[in-house]
Design a protein around this ligand. Structure first.
Ligand code: HEC
Length: 258
């Protein structure tokens, strides 16, 4: 994580978050340059950690697909899910969410991370509650379904928007906007440095946006891999992705003022 910081700072500078850019009015310019650099770094860190946490939950659901299908979803308890989520996040972000009070993260970052863990756990509780023993609904509880439910609920509670997107989305609701498309096109380039986020401050400094690239693991390929065009078990045509290829992104829109 740390090694990415200098690149990120360069990206912020190049993206005009701190430089003047092309303001439409003098007022906007002064407002833009009045945002302290430290605040921008905090926004970037918060958005990045939220994206990694949402993706960690998706990965836990992905890892448990066989267990979920065989047990009609009952095999993954909310406690086991949360434990795996915290482990996955610790491995990826180097932060122990059970020790948040001992970290140097800002109060808003801590609050939002706690809220996202709780929302993720609650989604598991709700899905299990709704299952009837004979229902086979759980085969539909895939990473994207988990991500969509968690994102919707998190946005409702916090005003922070989380979204899963790709250049050719299966679900039209996941279609990228212009900003997201630009980042996805950059991620799709094989020469693009892995795991490197793209972020920017919106022109009016009201919100901070960040895109975290996702990569195809073996499990994803069951549905998104080869043979291209042939229906997966959900009935969607496979995209023909290969191991390690970019598979879309998580998009975060974080209001600057809480
Ligand atoms: C069981 C099949 C399955 C697996 C496994 C799976 N996906 Fe998907 N994925 C889907 C389906 C179906 C959708 C569309 C869901 C919806 O209707 O919102 C989707 C949606 C997505 C989206 C949002 C864009 C879109 O197409 O709507 C992304 C990004 C994505 N998947 C990436 C991944 C990654 C990365 C993995 C592995 C970590 C993965 N998926 C594993 C079936 C799967």
């Amino acid at each position: 994580m740390r090694r990415r910081l200098p690149w990120m700072v360069a990206c912020l500078l190049a993206g005009g978050a701190l430089t003047a850019g092309s303001p439409t009015s003098g007022g906007e310019q002064s407002e833009r340059s009045s945002i302290p650099f430290q605040t921008i770094l905090e926004l970037e860190q918060t958005a990045r950690l939220l994206a990694v946490l949402l993706d960690s939950g998706r990965a836990v659901i992905n890892d448990n697909q066989i267990l979920l299908a065989e047990s009609q979803g009952k095999g993954l308890t909310p406690e086991a899910f949360e434990r795996q989520l915290l482990d996955m996040f610790r491995g990826r972000a180097g932060i122990d969410l059970q020790e948040l009070d001992h970290t140097a993260l800002g109060p808003r970052t801590k609050r939002l991370l706690r809220e996202l863990v709780e929302t993720s756990r609650q989604v598991i509780v709700d899905v299990r509650r709704k299952l009837s023993p004979e229902a086979n609904e759980f085969t539909g509880f895939i990473p994207a379904a988990f991500g969509a439910r968690v994102s919707a609920r998190f946005t409702e509670h916090t005003g922070v928007r989380l979204k899963q997107t790709s250049l050719a989305p299966r679900n039209p609701a996941n279609r990228p906007d212009a900003y997201e498309r630009g980042a996805l096109e950059a991620f799709a380039d094989a020469a693009y440095p892995r795991e490197t986020v793209i972020s920017e401050m919106s022109a009016n400094s009201a919100s901070f946006r960040l895109m975290l690239p996702l990569y195809a693991t073996r499990h994803c390929l069951d549905c998104h891999g080869e043979p291209k065009g042939v229906a997966d078990r959900m009935g969607y045509p496979r995209e023909g992705l290969v191991l390690g290829q970019n598979a879309g992104a998580i998009s975060v829109l974080l209001p600057v003022k809480p």
